[in-house]
Design a protein around this ligand. Structure first.
Ligand code: ADP
Length: 188
C-alpha cells in the first residue's frame, strides 16, 4: 500500500496537490478538515468540531483519531491513501502508526510542502473569497492556525525524520511545477 502523509501549514496547497496525486496513483484522499466540514452542523459531533475549527484550534486527538480511522475503514480495498491534514500532533502520528501496523502496512513517506508564512497568509485571504470558510476570512484566526501549526504540528515531522520518511518540497511556484516535484519523489 502507498500511504502518503501530505504535510504542511494551512494554505500550503495540500488539498490541491492531493487531487493530482489521487488521480495519478489511484489513491484514496482523506482530508480530516474536509471530513469535519462535511459533518452535519446540527449533530453533536458537528457542533463539537466546528467549535474548534472556526477558531483555528485543533479538534481534540481522541475525536480526530476516531474519525480518521472510521474514514480509512470505508476503503478496505484502497491501493493507497493520501493523508491530508492528519497527523497534526505526535499522538495522532503514533495512533496512525499503530492503526496501519495492525493492518500489516505503514506510512510510506511524508511529503512536506514548505511555504513562507507571508505567502500562506496571502493565499488564505484569497481563498476566503471562494471557500466561504470562517477560518480563512479573519487574519487573527489565520495567525492562530499558523501558530498552532508551528507549536503542535511542525514537530510531527521529527517523528518521520526518525523513520527516514520525511521529504521536504518547495511549495512555492506554479501548481504544475509543485505537482512534478511531488511525482519525482514518489517515483524515485
Ligand atoms: P487548513 O490546513 O487549511 O488549516 P484543514 O481543512 O486541514 O485546513 O483543517 C481545518 C480545521 O479542521 C483545522 O483548523 C482544525 O480545527 C480541524 N482539523 C483538521 N484536521 C485536524 C487534525 N488532524 N487534528 C485536529 N484538528 C484538525
Amino acid at each position: 500500500m502507498l500511504n502518503i502523509v501530505l504535510f504542511g501549514p494551512p494554505g500550503a496547497g495540500k488539498g490541491t496537490q492531493s487531487e493530482r496525486l489521487k488521480e495519478k496513483y489511484g489513491l484514496v484522499h482523506i482530508s480530516t478538515g474536509d471530513v469535519f466540514r462535511a459533518l452535519n452542523p446540527e449533530s453533536e459531533l458537528g457542533k463539537l468540531a466546528k467549535s474548534y475549527s472556526d477558531k483555528g484550534n485543533l479538534v481534540p486527538d481522541e475525536v480526530t483519531i476516531e474519525i480518521l480511522e472510521a474514514e480509512v475503514s470505508k476503503h478496505p480495498n484502497a491501493k493507497g491513501v493520501i493523508y491530508d491534514g492528519f497527523p497534526r500532533t505526535k499522538a495522532q502520528a503514533e495512533a496512525l502508526d499503530k492503526f496501519l501496523n495492525a493492518k500489516g502496512t505503514s506510512v510510506s513517506m511524508m511529503l512536506s510542502l514548505v511555504v513562507p508564512e507571508d505567502e500562506l497568509k496571502t493565499r488564505l485571504i484569497a481563498r476566503a473569497e471562494v471557500s466561504g470558510r470562517k477560518d480563512d476570512a479573519d487574519p487573527e484566526i489565520i495567525q492562530n492556525r499558523i501558530n498552532t501549526y508551528n507549536s503542535s504540528t511542525a514537530p510531527v515531522a521529527n517523528f518521520y525524520i526518525g523513520q527516514n520518511k520525511l521529504h521536504e518540497i518547495d511549495g512555492v511556484g506554479s501548481i504544475d511545477d509543485i505537482t512534478q516535484r511531488l511525482y519525482d519523489i514518489i517515483d524515485a
